[in-house]
Design a protein around this ligand. Structure first.
Ligand code: LLP
Length: 463
């Protein structure tokens, strides 16, 4: 079928099917710096490059689908967080967003700490040389082995998430002849404006111990009474992909009032509060994320003010951004396969990856952008849905977007802002081979996580 037969031309908004889009962008070849990594540009010849290397060359060398991470951008964002929070605060990168040994080394170089939530993340961090005392260990159901390992290697803190865990961590620490630094994770009762599955501070969910009915105060009582624990602070994480600082302000206020209550009851001022992660990034041009220095200023002002009001010394603040550091620094490169125009609806563009390399669209109804990156085009915009190659109709990568109507099999398209929670939540569904992560910097590209092979899959299959 000739491309011109596609029902793909520009359409007036009121005849477009329901979706998240507004209107086609004025220039389909433009790359909005809000959603693309810092060094991404379109060269004279129309090909997009990152870190000085054209995507066509990257695709040839590393294949598709693949994630490309802009190392300079990652380091710059990590540094911006570190600088914004200064020496009186700590930044713990949330490894769940994406973790590999190279990432650990970059974080270490840039002076960040690390939040891990499993034995696997801890092992990765330690194997890349992150000092254990700069690691925080999280999780609502840490195994005994994970707790024992964390204490043995000397992690800087364990964040206690339940009454059972208070006792479990204390006993293991004591049996090892140690006193473990811990924080207690509380749920502050804030409804963060985000998807239900990534909001974590309302009470009806699995994380933390509620402030509301005195549970958190009881947890503090028990933790203070146990020899194996050194209670150093209170932790709160209200959710993810949040733009509105109001939720953090309420959380900070409630955590500080707990610190005041602890001081009144026990005569101790806990020295730390951790306000978690969750800061939103731009997935599309409609998103307006805050800069780290604005976030740092807002959080430290509110904590200082509340502490002054409660006549408390200001505790050391820490934060745990994951997405806000790694998210914008990477994109996924795909090759276009089949193109299926559906009359009066939209055009389905299939790529060589899908929900196995980005589950976020299916899981959270997440929105993404997409661009043709192997060339420019003057063709009219066509409304597309970028889908994967999995046996599932929910296998959608980008729900609603515009690409040029002359898009053809073999073109390369890229989805920006896939650095967080894409490779880390990738799966082998349909025995897909998980894509590599390639770091690009200053004209050089190197694989930091290699592509899976069929041998990798078969190695696990021992039946
Ligand atoms: N700290 C704690 C205790 C957390 O649970 C999380 C995320 C973070 C920090 C980092 O949050 P971030 O700054 O990256 O938003 N898979 C979901 C997000 C789940 C986040 C879980 N916890 C997604 O793809 O949006």
């Amino acid at each position: 079928m000739s491309r011109s037969a596609h029902p793909a031309g520009p359409r007036h908004a009121d005849v477009l099917p329901e979706g998240h889009y507004t209107a086609p962008p004025a220039d389909l070849n433009a790359l909005d710096p809000k959603v693309w990594a810092h060094t991404v540009t379109r060269d004279q010849d129309g090909v997009v490059s990152v870190g000085g290397i054209e995507v066509t060359r990257l695709a040839e060398e590393f294949g598709t689908p693949a994630y490309f991470v802009d190392e300079a951008d990652f380091r710059a964002r990590a540094r911006a967080w570190r600088t914004a929070f200064g020496h009186d605060a700590d930044v713990f990168y949330a490894g769940k967003a994406f973790l590999s040994r190279a990432i650990v080394r970059w974080l270490h170089d840039e002076g960040l700490n690390l939040d891990v939530c499993s034995g696997g993340e801890l092992a990765t961090a330690l194997s890349a040389g992150m000092p254990a005392d700069r690691i925080a260990f999280h999780g609502n159901n840490k195994s005994e082995v994970e707790i024992r390992t964390a204490i043995e290697v000397g992690v800087g803190r364990i964040v206690l998430d339940s009454f059972q865990e208070i006792v479990r961590v204390a006993h293991i620490a004591q049996s090892l002849g140690k006193r473990q630094r811990v924080q207690i994770r509380v749920t502050v009762g804030v409804e963060a404006h985000t998807h239900e599955f990534i909001a974590t501070a309302h009470e009806d969910q699995k994380f933390g111990i509620a402030l509301a009915d005195g549970q958190a105060a009881e947890a503090v009582r028990r933790a203070l009474a146990l020899d194996g624990l050194e209670l150093v602070g209170i932790h709160s994480h209200i959710g993810s992909q949040i733009f509105d600082m109001a939720g953090f302000e309420v959380a900070a206020r409630r955590v500080v009032s707990l610190l005041a209550a602890i001081r009144d009851e026990h005569g101790v001022e806990l020295p730390e509060i951790d306000l978690g992660g969750g800061l939103g990034i731009a997935y599309t041009s409609d998103d307006d994320p805050r800069e780290p220095h604005e976030i740092a200023k807002a959080l430290s002002e509110i904590v200082t003010r509340e502490c002054e009001a409660a006549k408390l010394g200001t505790p050391r603040i820490s934060v745990e951004p994951g997405r806000a550091i790694v998210g914008p620094t990477a994109f996924t490169l795909y090759e276009v396969g089949t193109i299926k125009p559906l009359d009066g609806l939209r055009t389905y563009v299939s790529v060589d990856g899908g929900m196995s390399d980005n589950i976020r669209t299916a899981l959270y109804d997440a929105e993404y952008s997409v661009a043709l990156v192997s060339r420019t085009s003057d063709a009219e915009p066509m409304l597309v849905r970028v889908v994967g190659k999995h046996c599932e109709s929910g296998d959608i990568v980008v729900k609603d977007a515009f690409l040029p109507a002359d898009l053809a099999a073999g073109d390369l398209i890229a989805v920006p802002a896939t650095g967080a929670y894409c490779r880390s939540m990738a799966s082998n569904y349909n025995h897909a081979l998980r894509p590599p992560v390639v770091a690009v910097n200053d004209g050089e590209a190197r694989v930091i996580v290699r592509r899976e092979t069929e041998e990798d899959l078969l190695r696990l299959d021992v039946g």
